[in-house]
Write a protein that binds this ligand. Structure first.
Ligand code: GLC
Length: 422
């Protein structure tokens, strides 16, 4: 049945192309209800659970045509915080008392299920886009009750991040596992994991499982885990954090929490200052490895995130776009922006997952960044490339940058962000 549905949706995209209705159908088809809650599975076959940043993308997509579901998506993703306040990157959602099989990849699933600290969720997080998604949804119909409902979990999450994910005297957030970046096998993390630029998917998995075991040993206590094993101040995580703190300042203001609001604004300014001083490396912003005290000199699409966060001067932004985004030697391809630069030894356009292929959430972040700097022509070009690749191959997890061939999961939700490229 599932295969027939998948086939049906693919035909829908490729023949009689109407991206908006394809997105609506997919969001509807992937909706899962558990009791009073509902969420959207990113892809019904291999990603049947709820993921944190995916649900933020989903809420942004749904805010364009189904505000009720957009709110429910966020309420569901906020429903299972850990006692520390951490919002887990995955919630498995028990169905009839059973935990659904994990990840569609047995070996990984078993290990992760066996080692997570919490029952029914993971014990690591993902980029804190949640405050931005909440604000976005609020701004559709100004439902203050919704804000009241979600605020306590939001407050505790941001308090957790500030308290538990910072290091030394700076205010940046450190991730304890590559999966927390949302880009599981990005070459940004190779060096720290002890992987060469060319390796197999299984070799990457083995290393990440090894790290997971070490994180289990330190009981996911972030400060211990990051001082001993893996602690990276990732560019995208921190840029999203600054934007999210600014969103928290707006949310608290709506709730009449004036002092809280001032604190979030102040924190946003401090983090922004630390990104500018600590993550800048020559003309770029690069993630910083706490363990060896070095910037990670691997070019990935993350170098464009400072556009999204408005961290560059107009001139710096122009140089970044002209030098890297528009150059076929680095990131430009027929179907958009590659996730890893083409001149990197790690670049793998067809089999690389986050090591080359095009993903559409990065397109969305870069689009927003280009608009922020008034680069309308480049933004329009990126939107056209996004539409072109969806028209060619349907809503897929990622795509070959040169041929537009669909890769990874079929009927994957992130392409719906094209509705928000405006
Ligand atoms: C993959 C992606 C991650 C996403 C998850 C569910 O693991 O790398 O970013 O959250 O799939 O879609």
């Amino acid at each position: 049945m599932q295969h027939e549905l998948n086939y049906f949706f693919r035909m829908l995209y490729t023949k009689d192309m109407d991206i908006e209705s394809a997105v609506k159908n997919l969001m509807n088809n992937n909706r899962r209800k558990v009791g009073d809650y509902q969420f959207t599975a990113p892809a019904s076959d291999i990603y049947p659970f709820q993921w944190l940043w995916d649900s933020c993308f989903h809420a942004i997509i749904l805010s364009h045509f189904d505000i009720v579901s957009a709110k429910k998506e966020l309420e569901a993703v906020l429903a299972h915080p850990l006692p520390s306040g951490l919002l887990p990157h995955m919630s498995y959602w028990h169905t009839n008392g059973e935990v659904l099989p994990n990840w569609g990849r047995e070996e990984r699933g078993n290990l992760i299920n066996a080692t997570w600290k919490a029952e029914g969720t993971s014990s690591i997080s993902q980029p804190p886009l949640i405050a931005l998604a909440v604000l976005r949804v609020y701004e559709v119909d100004y439902d203050i009750e919704f804000l009241h409902k979600v605020y306590p979990a939001l407050y505790r999450y941001f308090a957790y991040l500030q308290k538990e994910r910072t290091f030394n005297s700076d205010s940046l957030l450190y991730i304890i596992n590559p999966d927390e970046s949302g880009e599981d096998n990005s070459p940004r993390f190779d060096g720290t994991l002890g992987l060469p630029p060319k390796h197999t998917a299984n070799e990457s998995l083995d290393k990440r499982i090894e790290l997971m075991e070490k994180n289990t040993e330190c009981d996911f206590e972030a400060k211990i885990c990051m001082s001993k094993h893996f602690g990276i101040a990732d560019v995208s995580f921190n840029v999203i954090y600054v934007e999210a703190l600014q969103a928290m300042a707006k949310i608290t203001l709506k709730l009449g929490l004036i002092l809280e609001s001032a604190k979030y604004t102040q924190q946003a300014n401090i983090v922004q200052g630390d990104i500018l001083s600590l993550l800048r490396y020559k003309d770029l912003f690069l993630s910083y490895n706490h363990v060896n005290k070095k910037h990670i000199q691997v070019l990935t699409w993350n170098i464009f995130m400072p556009l999204y966060g408005g961290l560059l001067t107009q001139e710096e932004a122009r140089t970044l776009v002209d030098t890297y985004l528009r150059s076929p030697n680095f990131f430009k391809s027929d179907f958009g922006v590659t996730t890893t630069a083409k001149n990197e030894p790690a670049y793998d356009a067809s089999d690389g997952f986050w090591r080359g292929p095009i993903w559409l959430a990065p397109h969305w972040f870069i689009f927003k960044g280009l608009k922020r700097y008034g680069f309308d022509a480049e933004a329009a070009e990126l939107k056209e490339a996004t539409i072109r690749v969806i028209e060619k191959s349907g809503l897929r997890e990622h795509y070959h940058p040169d041929t537009g061939q669909g890769l990874g999961a079929v009927d994957f939700t992130w392409g719906g962000l094209v509705l928000d490229m405006n």
